[in-house]
Design a protein around this ligand. Structure first.
Ligand SMILES: [Fe+2]
Length: 251
Protein backbone atom coordinates (compact mmCIF):
# COMPACT_ATOMS: atom_id res chain seq x y z
CA UNK A 1 0.00 0.00 0.00
CA UNK A 2 1.16 3.50 -0.80
CA UNK A 3 -0.22 6.56 0.92
CA UNK A 4 0.34 10.23 0.05
CA UNK A 5 0.45 12.52 3.10
CA UNK A 6 0.01 16.21 2.37
CA UNK A 7 0.06 18.97 4.97
CA UNK A 8 -0.02 22.72 5.43
CA UNK A 9 -1.48 23.65 2.05
CA UNK A 10 -2.32 27.07 3.49
CA UNK A 11 -4.73 28.19 0.77
CA UNK A 12 -2.09 27.83 -1.95
CA UNK A 13 -4.14 26.35 -4.78
CA UNK A 14 -1.36 26.27 -7.44
CA UNK A 15 0.87 24.29 -5.05
CA UNK A 16 -1.94 21.90 -4.12
CA UNK A 17 -2.83 21.26 -7.76
CA UNK A 18 0.82 20.51 -8.60
CA UNK A 19 0.99 18.01 -5.75
CA UNK A 20 -2.30 16.36 -6.74
CA UNK A 21 -1.05 16.04 -10.35
CA UNK A 22 2.13 14.39 -9.07
CA UNK A 23 0.12 12.04 -6.84
CA UNK A 24 -2.00 11.08 -9.87
CA UNK A 25 1.13 10.51 -11.94
CA UNK A 26 2.91 8.25 -9.44
CA UNK A 27 -0.26 6.46 -8.33
CA UNK A 28 -1.06 5.84 -4.66
CA UNK A 29 -3.76 3.86 -2.88
CA UNK A 30 -4.97 6.71 -0.65
CA UNK A 31 -4.32 10.38 0.12
CA UNK A 32 -4.66 12.06 3.51
CA UNK A 33 -4.09 15.66 4.57
CA UNK A 34 -2.62 16.67 7.91
CA UNK A 35 -4.32 20.03 8.33
CA UNK A 36 -3.80 23.76 7.87
CA UNK A 37 -5.76 23.96 4.65
CA UNK A 38 -6.23 27.73 5.00
CA UNK A 39 -4.30 30.89 5.91
CA UNK A 40 -1.65 33.11 4.26
CA UNK A 41 -2.82 32.81 0.63
CA UNK A 42 -5.99 33.85 -1.22
CA UNK A 43 -7.64 30.51 -2.06
CA UNK A 44 -9.02 29.07 1.23
CA UNK A 45 -12.44 28.23 -0.26
CA UNK A 46 -10.97 26.77 -3.45
CA UNK A 47 -8.50 24.59 -1.52
CA UNK A 48 -11.20 23.24 0.80
CA UNK A 49 -13.45 22.61 -2.24
CA UNK A 50 -10.64 20.76 -4.05
CA UNK A 51 -10.00 18.57 -0.99
CA UNK A 52 -13.74 17.78 -0.81
CA UNK A 53 -13.96 17.15 -4.58
CA UNK A 54 -11.10 14.66 -4.31
CA UNK A 55 -12.62 13.18 -1.10
CA UNK A 56 -9.32 13.52 0.77
CA UNK A 57 -9.80 12.86 4.49
CA UNK A 58 -7.63 14.70 6.99
CA UNK A 59 -7.18 16.23 10.42
CA UNK A 60 -7.71 19.74 11.80
CA UNK A 61 -4.68 21.99 11.82
CA UNK A 62 -4.51 24.92 14.22
CA UNK A 63 -5.50 27.32 11.42
CA UNK A 64 -8.51 25.19 10.51
CA UNK A 65 -9.79 24.77 14.06
CA UNK A 66 -9.24 28.39 15.12
CA UNK A 67 -11.03 29.73 12.01
CA UNK A 68 -13.86 27.24 12.56
CA UNK A 69 -14.18 28.19 16.24
CA UNK A 70 -13.80 31.99 15.75
CA UNK A 71 -10.84 31.89 18.14
CA UNK A 72 -8.94 35.11 18.85
CA UNK A 73 -5.81 34.11 16.91
CA UNK A 74 -4.49 31.22 14.79
CA UNK A 75 -2.43 29.60 17.56
CA UNK A 76 0.74 30.26 15.56
CA UNK A 77 4.19 31.02 16.98
CA UNK A 78 5.91 34.28 16.06
CA UNK A 79 9.59 35.00 15.91
CA UNK A 80 9.33 38.79 15.98
CA UNK A 81 6.69 41.54 16.33
CA UNK A 82 6.57 42.11 12.55
CA UNK A 83 5.78 38.43 11.97
CA UNK A 84 3.15 38.62 14.68
CA UNK A 85 1.35 41.56 13.07
CA UNK A 86 1.50 39.91 9.60
CA UNK A 87 0.14 36.74 11.10
CA UNK A 88 -2.81 38.59 12.64
CA UNK A 89 -3.55 40.25 9.28
CA UNK A 90 -3.56 36.84 7.59
CA UNK A 91 -5.84 35.38 10.23
CA UNK A 92 -8.35 38.23 10.03
CA UNK A 93 -8.26 38.13 6.20
CA UNK A 94 -8.92 34.38 6.24
CA UNK A 95 -11.73 34.64 8.79
CA UNK A 96 -13.46 37.24 6.64
CA UNK A 97 -13.04 35.37 3.36
CA UNK A 98 -14.03 31.80 4.25
CA UNK A 99 -17.51 30.87 3.14
CA UNK A 100 -20.04 29.27 5.49
CA UNK A 101 -19.50 25.97 3.64
CA UNK A 102 -15.71 26.20 4.10
CA UNK A 103 -16.13 26.95 7.79
CA UNK A 104 -18.39 23.94 8.21
CA UNK A 105 -15.88 21.72 6.39
CA UNK A 106 -13.09 22.96 8.70
CA UNK A 107 -15.26 22.43 11.79
CA UNK A 108 -15.91 18.83 10.73
CA UNK A 109 -12.23 17.83 10.57
CA UNK A 110 -11.25 15.23 13.18
CA UNK A 111 -8.28 15.88 15.49
CA UNK A 112 -6.55 12.58 14.73
CA UNK A 113 -6.81 9.71 12.26
CA UNK A 114 -5.52 6.17 12.77
CA UNK A 115 -4.87 4.10 9.66
CA UNK A 116 -4.24 0.37 9.68
CA UNK A 117 -1.66 0.29 6.92
CA UNK A 118 -2.43 -3.29 5.88
CA UNK A 119 -6.15 -2.54 5.88
CA UNK A 120 -7.29 -3.63 9.35
CA UNK A 121 -8.61 -7.05 8.30
CA UNK A 122 -5.18 -8.54 9.05
CA UNK A 123 -2.58 -7.64 11.65
CA UNK A 124 -0.21 -4.94 10.49
CA UNK A 125 1.32 -1.61 11.36
CA UNK A 126 -0.72 1.45 12.31
CA UNK A 127 -0.08 5.05 11.34
CA UNK A 128 -1.46 7.92 13.40
CA UNK A 129 -1.96 11.29 11.73
CA UNK A 130 -2.13 14.51 13.73
CA UNK A 131 -1.27 18.13 12.90
CA UNK A 132 0.97 19.14 15.84
CA UNK A 133 1.16 16.41 18.46
CA UNK A 134 -1.38 14.07 20.06
CA UNK A 135 -2.49 16.66 22.65
CA UNK A 136 -2.72 19.95 20.72
CA UNK A 137 -2.52 20.95 17.07
CA UNK A 138 -0.44 23.97 18.12
CA UNK A 139 2.60 22.03 19.42
CA UNK A 140 5.67 22.26 17.15
CA UNK A 141 7.37 18.87 16.85
CA UNK A 142 10.71 19.98 15.44
CA UNK A 143 13.57 17.74 14.34
CA UNK A 144 15.70 18.72 17.35
CA UNK A 145 13.20 17.33 19.87
CA UNK A 146 14.71 14.69 22.15
CA UNK A 147 14.06 10.97 21.79
CA UNK A 148 12.27 11.17 25.17
CA UNK A 149 9.93 13.87 23.88
CA UNK A 150 9.08 11.79 20.82
CA UNK A 151 8.53 8.65 22.89
CA UNK A 152 6.12 10.57 25.14
CA UNK A 153 4.05 11.24 22.01
CA UNK A 154 4.14 7.56 21.16
CA UNK A 155 3.09 6.63 24.70
CA UNK A 156 0.37 9.29 24.64
CA UNK A 157 -1.03 7.72 21.48
CA UNK A 158 -1.01 4.38 23.27
CA UNK A 159 2.27 3.00 21.90
CA UNK A 160 0.29 1.27 19.19
CA UNK A 161 1.50 3.15 16.13
CA UNK A 162 4.55 2.34 14.08
CA UNK A 163 4.23 5.60 12.15
CA UNK A 164 3.35 8.95 13.70
CA UNK A 165 2.95 11.62 11.04
CA UNK A 166 2.40 15.34 11.57
CA UNK A 167 3.03 18.73 9.97
CA UNK A 168 2.74 22.23 11.49
CA UNK A 169 6.44 23.19 11.44
CA UNK A 170 6.63 23.31 7.60
CA UNK A 171 10.03 21.59 7.84
CA UNK A 172 10.21 18.00 6.55
CA UNK A 173 12.09 15.38 8.58
CA UNK A 174 12.02 11.70 9.51
CA UNK A 175 13.49 9.92 12.54
CA UNK A 176 13.08 6.38 13.84
CA UNK A 177 13.06 6.13 17.63
CA UNK A 178 12.54 2.74 19.27
CA UNK A 179 11.15 1.37 16.03
CA UNK A 180 8.59 4.17 15.65
CA UNK A 181 8.78 6.34 12.53
CA UNK A 182 8.25 10.02 13.33
CA UNK A 183 7.51 11.81 10.07
CA UNK A 184 7.07 15.51 9.57
CA UNK A 185 5.57 15.84 6.11
CA UNK A 186 6.73 19.42 5.53
CA UNK A 187 4.40 21.81 3.72
CA UNK A 188 2.65 21.83 0.36
CA UNK A 189 1.91 25.53 0.21
CA UNK A 190 4.26 27.38 2.56
CA UNK A 191 7.60 25.60 3.10
CA UNK A 192 9.97 27.17 5.64
CA UNK A 193 13.14 25.19 4.92
CA UNK A 194 14.51 27.56 2.29
CA UNK A 195 13.24 25.41 -0.60
CA UNK A 196 10.23 27.06 -2.28
CA UNK A 197 9.02 23.84 -3.94
CA UNK A 198 5.83 22.13 -2.69
CA UNK A 199 6.60 19.20 -0.40
CA UNK A 200 4.77 16.06 0.61
CA UNK A 201 5.42 12.47 1.67
CA UNK A 202 4.77 9.06 0.17
CA UNK A 203 4.48 6.36 2.84
CA UNK A 204 4.89 2.85 1.43
CA UNK A 205 4.21 -0.33 3.38
CA UNK A 206 5.19 -3.80 2.25
CA UNK A 207 4.46 -6.42 4.94
CA UNK A 208 6.06 -4.71 7.97
CA UNK A 209 8.60 -2.69 5.96
CA UNK A 210 7.91 1.00 6.06
CA UNK A 211 9.43 3.41 3.57
CA UNK A 212 9.20 7.19 3.70
CA UNK A 213 9.84 9.23 0.55
CA UNK A 214 9.97 13.03 0.61
CA UNK A 215 8.91 14.58 -2.69
CA UNK A 216 9.50 18.20 -3.74
CA UNK A 217 7.84 19.74 -6.77
CA UNK A 218 8.21 22.93 -8.69
CA UNK A 219 4.88 24.67 -9.17
CA UNK A 220 3.64 27.99 -10.51
CA UNK A 221 4.87 30.00 -7.54
CA UNK A 222 4.46 33.23 -9.52
CA UNK A 223 0.74 32.52 -9.86
CA UNK A 224 0.58 32.10 -6.09
CA UNK A 225 2.64 35.28 -5.58
CA UNK A 226 0.41 37.30 -7.95
CA UNK A 227 -2.69 35.98 -6.22
CA UNK A 228 -1.32 37.31 -2.92
CA UNK A 229 -0.25 40.64 -4.41
CA UNK A 230 -3.64 41.15 -6.09
CA UNK A 231 -5.44 40.44 -2.81
CA UNK A 232 -5.44 42.53 0.35
CA UNK A 233 -3.15 40.03 2.09
CA UNK A 234 0.29 41.37 3.10
CA UNK A 235 2.59 41.43 0.04
CA UNK A 236 5.41 39.98 2.17
CA UNK A 237 3.69 36.59 1.88
CA UNK A 238 4.54 36.49 -1.85
CA UNK A 239 8.22 36.91 -1.02
CA UNK A 240 7.92 34.25 1.64
CA UNK A 241 6.64 31.69 -0.89
CA UNK A 242 9.28 32.56 -3.49
CA UNK A 243 12.11 32.08 -0.97
CA UNK A 244 10.83 29.05 0.90
CA UNK A 245 10.24 30.89 4.13
CA UNK A 246 12.61 33.83 4.35
CA UNK A 247 11.01 36.82 5.97
CA UNK A 248 11.85 40.25 4.56
CA UNK A 249 13.65 41.05 7.80
CA UNK A 250 16.01 38.14 7.19
CA UNK A 251 17.29 39.32 3.79
FE1 LIG B 1 0.80 25.46 9.14
Amino acid sequence: MRYALISDVHANLPALDAVLDDIDAIGVDAVYHLGDLVGYAPWPNEVVARIAERAIPGVAGNYDSTVAANYKHCGCRYEDPRQESLSHLSYEWTRHHVSAATKRALAALPFRIDIRLAGGHVAGPTATLVHGNHVLNTVYVTEDRSDEFLMRISEGIGATSQVIAFGHTHMPWHRVVDGVHFVNTGSVGRPKDGDWRAGYVVLSVEANDIDIEFRRLEYDVERAASGILESTLPGEFAWYLRTGGKSLAAV
